[in-house]
Every structure is written in C-alpha cells, then in structure tokens.
Design a protein around this ligand. Structure first.
Ligand SMILES: Cc1cc2nc3c(=O)[nH]c(=O)nc-3n(C[C@H](O)[C@H](O)[C@H](O)COP(=O)(O)OP(=O)(O)OC[C@H]3O[C@@H](n4cnc5c(N)ncnc54)[C@H](O)[C@@H]3O)c2cc1C
Length: 420
C-alpha cells in the first residue's frame, strides 16, 4: 500500500511528513450545506487536498476541511468537451473514469495521487512545450466563499484568471470543470545519459522530441544528464542528445527500483498510464524526501542551468534528482508560467530539511534575478518583497482575495508570509 493511500498515514501530517498541520480540528463534510456552514462560521478555515505539498500552504490555525468523503460523480459534456469533477478527486481516479468513457486530459503531473483542486491551486504541471500546467485545463470552478455562498466562476468571467491558481485563498472549491479531449494512446521512452553539451546546444530539439519531455540529473556527472524521458503520440527518436534508448525500465532516481514507474520501452498504451512517471498503486518518487522547484522563463533557462551547474558541488550531496521540464505560457495570474513559456527546474531532496533550507537561498540568489518563480507547493525561502516583481498581477490577486474573502477566513501563516 503506498503511503498516500494508506489509511495508516498519521493524521495531521503532510505526505512528506515534514509538516504537522496546526488545525484545531479536521472536518469531513458530506454535503454542500455542511461546507457552507463551516466556511461561514469558522474564524479560519482551509481545505486539505491530498496533502502532497511540502510547505504550510494548506495549513490553518482554524478548521481543516477534507473533501474526501464528499459524494459526487464525474459529469461529462461531450459537446463542450468539458468534465465536471468533484474537487477532492485524485487525478488517478479521474483519469481512469475519463478513459473508461473515451476521454482524456492533455497533461498530468509526475504522480496521479494528488487531488484535482489541490494541484490546480498550486499551479502543478507536467511537461510539454505546447502543454500548459494542469490549471490551464480549468474551464470553471464552483466555490463556497467565506459568507457560505456558492459561486461559479467560468472562463471569461471577471477574476477567473486569478481564481484558478488560488493557493486555496478564495473559498472551498467543490467542483472543477476541466477541458477534455478524446482518449489517446502514447509511448514512453527512456534515454540513458544525454550529453549536457548536446542538450544545451539544441535545447528546443530535445524538449520538442515528444509531447512531454523530462531531463533528469543528479548533478554528479558534469558531462551527462542521468536520463531523458520522452512521452509521445508520435514516433520517439532513436537517439536523443547523443543518448541511446535505455536497455530496461528505469526509475527517475538512479539505482532505485523501477517497479513504481509507468510503462516504458516505447510500448504504446493508455495516455494515463504513460503521462505520469509513477503508478497510482505505488508510493511515487522516493517517498522519504523533500522537494523544491523554480519556474524559469524559457528564454533564460540555459543561463539558469549553467548557474546551477556552477553549484553542482553543493547541490549533489543533498539532491536525489533534479528534473527539467517545459510548460507553455498561460494567463493565470499566480501561475509559474504566467505570461511566458517556462522551464521548471525541480529538486527532489534528501529529507534533511535544515540543510536543504540552508542551500535554497544560494539557489534562489542565482535564479531569482532571471525571473524564477518558486513552486507554490514546494520548499522555498523567497519572501514577500519579491512576489510583486515576479507576478505582474500580484496586486490584482490580492484585491480578488479581499473581494471574495473580506473577513480573511482563508488566509493563513503562508499567505501572511507572502504578503497576501
Ligand atoms: C511525490 C510528489 C511528486 C510531485 N510531482 C509534481 C509534479 O510533477 N508537478 C508539480 O507541479 N508538482 C508536483 N508535486 C507538488 C504537488 O503537485 C503540489 O504540492 C499539489 O498542490 C499537491 O496537491 P494536493 O491535493 O496534495 O494539495 P494540498 O497540498 O493538500 O493543498 C494545496 C493547496 O490547495 C488548497 N486546496 C486543496 N483542495 C482545495 C479545495 N477543494 N478548495 C480550495 N482549496 C483547496 C489547499 O488549501 C492548499 O492551499 C509533487 C508532490 C509530491 C509529493
């Protein structure tokens, strides 16, 4: 049983176990009325998704709400290509239910274990030059605000572009409407040891080698990345950046058991069994770990990678793996890809939080001047002063929070730190 689905997971901890939530109580409502009552009456309230964030973005000193027991079903509008999804559903459940009915999503994160509303609220993404973050698939949201009123915000409505990546600050999202497309098949192919110089010489060719491309480095070999993973509906190349196809299945972390990883080897299969790196039935990634990620403007990505290479000696002892992915530009105010094509540079750290936190400012000193935005759900030390510089619509988002939640019920220590 993976630790995310294990009912034995200690209540009150996040998935990584580095945070004990400080909520006075956790409630599991089973109706909209119950949610509205809590939203209206609690001094402070916050929804817990599947608790995969590595920081206190979901924490509150008031009431924590878990939507896992909320009834509700998937409703598909085949003409509009829209799925209405209960907000607490995990992508793994959603993907299977969509596929059974002949539908698919254009993107998934590296793991299917996360909740739809939680992932969207933090700007969670997969990879692909032409693929936006998971939040860009959102066509509408139904949320209960801190007056207990159920509202719907759809594409085109005033404030919608601020309400999607919301850090859970606007209300309790109860349903999410997502763009869907006809189900498809794809392949996943892994390449061992792509050459750094070849990747840097033609980054666009490498990231354009499939619908979704990930580059992995443990920073231990100055000549080569560890692996590249290419997921595509077309033909995967025979070679990539001087690298051959892997001889067998791989885990993104070198030397780790590949059993939790999704099918590789170029074999064609269902979209939702290839787009994530990890299978729903297994603990994803290393399990005992921390994560950070910085979203860099694509035009500065090579510079960012070079700057990080100069820190490899400090990063390598703490990093299990770094993943480099691409994300298409979007218009969502708090998205890491707002207004620019983006490259995500992710770190899976060993669970040595004090040492990781000591290193992050060094990394941020290199990346922030390039316009890097920290992933909202992972560890970072960037403070409130930077935020308006990184997000052109920062003040608009702040105003939106005041309009939808005038009494500040959905604010928490995290939002205070961000200056929201
Ligand atoms: C192993 C692992 C792999 C990961 N891989 C990726 C990856 O590939 N790409 C990536 O971008 N990120 C990745 N992440 C980060 C992860 O996607 C984010 O932290 C995401 O927010 C987790 O979703 P969650 O449901 O656990 O949200 P939580 O951490 O539970 O909550 C996140 C935020 O959403 C809010 N929220 C949740 N539900 C609701 C709701 N119904 N209404 C209002 N607010 C709500 C919470 O209050 C909080 O503010 C990974 C994390 C882990 C542990």
């Amino acid at each position: 049983m993976p630790k995310d689905l294990d009912t034995g997971t200690p209540a009150g901890l996040n998935w990584a176990g580095n945070l004990a939530y400080s909520a006075a109580r956790i409630e599991q409502p089973t109706s909209i009325d119950e949610i509205a009552h809590v939203a209206r009456t609690a001094g402070h309230v916050k929804v817990l998704g599947s608790r995969h964030s590595f920081n206190d973005v979901a924490d509150t000193d008031g009431v924590a709400l878990s939507l896992e027991t909320m009834p509700g079903d998937l409703v598909i509008d085949p003409d509009a290509h829209i799925a209405r999804v209960p907000a607490g559903w995990r992508y793994g459940r959603l993907a299977r239910a969509l596929d059974e009915r002949g539908w698919a999503l254009s993107a998934l994160a590296s793991l299917p274990h996360i909740s739809v509303a939680g992932a969207v609220a933090t700007g969670t993404h997969g990879s692909g030059d032409a693929v936006g973050s998971l939040a860009t698939a959102v066509a509408g949201l139904e949320l209960i605000d801190s007056a207990g009123v159920l509202r719907r915000l759809g594409r085109g409505d005033t404030g919608f572009e601020g309400a999607v990546v919301s850090l859970g600050m606007l209300g309790v999202i109860v349903r999410v409407e997502l763009d869907i497309m006809p189900a498809y098949e794809m392949t996943q192919t892994v390449y061992d040891a792509p050459r750094w110089d070849a990747v840097l010489a033609d980054f666009d060719a490498v990231t354009g080698a499939g619908d979704s491309v990930s580059l992995f480095t443990s920073w231990r070999n100055p000549q080569t990345f560890d692996q590249a993973w290419v997921k595509t509906r077309g033909a995967a190349p025979l070679e990539l950046a001087g690298a051959r196809r892997a001889s067998g299945p791989r885990h993104p972390i070198p030397g780790a058991d590949p059993a939790p990883a999704t099918a590789q080897g170029g074999e064609s299969g269902r979209w939702f069994e290839r787009l994530p790196h990890f299978r729903l039935e297994f603990t994803p990634s290393a399990g005992d770990e921390l994560q950070s990620e910085y979203l860099v403007p694509r035009g500065r990505a090579l510079e960012a990678l070079e700057r990080l290479r100069s820190l490899a000696g400090q990063i390598a002892p703490l990093a299990m793996i770094t993943e480099v992915r691409t994300i298409a530009a979007d218009t969502l105010w708090l998205s890491g890809a707002y207004g620019r094509d983006t490259v995500g540079i992710h770190f899976t750290w060993q669970p040595r939080e004090a040492e990781v936190r000591a290193l992050l400012p060094r990394i941020e000193d290199e990346l922030l001047p390039l316009g890097a935005r920290p992933h909202w759900g992972k560890l970072f030390t960037v403070d409130a002063e930077w935020m308006p510089r990184l997000y052109p619509r920062w003040d608009d988002f702040r105003e939106l929070t005041r309009a939808l939640d005038p009494r500040g019920a959905f604010r928490n220590a995290y939002s205070e730190r961000m200056g929201l």
